[in-house]
Design a protein around this ligand. Sequence first.
Ligand code: PLP
Length: 261
Amino acid sequence: MRTPPVALTVAGSDSGGGAGIQADLATFAALGVHGASAVTAVTVQDTRGVHAIHPVPSDVVVQQVAVVVSDLAPRATKTGMLGDAATASALAILAADGLLPRLVVDPVLVSTSGHALATHDVLAVMRDDLLPHAAVITPNTDEAAALLGCSPAASLRDQTDQARRLLELGCAAAVVTGGVDAGARLDVLATPTDVQVMAGPGIDTRNDHGTGCTFAAAVAAGLAHGLTVDRAVTAARAFVRAALTESVQWRLGRGRGPVSH
Ligand code: PLP
């Protein structure tokens, strides 16, 4: 008898299967973790963009989390698209009650195609009430700027500064992804004791839809396996790089295709 590690994703559904819940579950499966899910919103979406969003009522999100937590005891949790402030608040209360262990918060605000995935009031609730319970947060440089109320990072120094300042919001670690410098892709991980710059060559692909979700889910999978945040982030970067490389040649849909899993 063996109990596989379990991770819970709380996120939006992407009908195109590239991002959100679908990317998270595919990532969990690829990394040997049983994935449970609480759906926060149903998006009508394909590779070309988000066509409509239908939020799930916050009490229904809470019910999904509650039954999964009591029955399957996830070792790690990941939040992605929360949709509205009521859901963000409800999750913050669950986190404060200790029901969202090893919490990875991916502060999803806007899709790469430019569609708002959260109402304007989600940002403050996420920043003030949810982030203080996070083991790690995974904003890209734009999301980091939104959380900090500053302008987007123009250099590695800005990105490093963002990662450090995000710790002041109360999360245990912050990894700011998506910096670019001389063709290299840069992610910066800040913990209270250390700041690490992780660099790799850029991967030129149109198939990058769902990259952020995949990265955060891979971090949660690592935490579910018992890795430290540091190791989970390193492993997640390698996973995402392999997924992007794998899907470079894909033709899937008419827009930005998904990363492979
Ligand atoms: N749709 C859903 C449900 C998501 O959760 C996300 C990202 O987190 C996206 C779309 C956006 O993905 P991308 O920015 O890679 O297009």
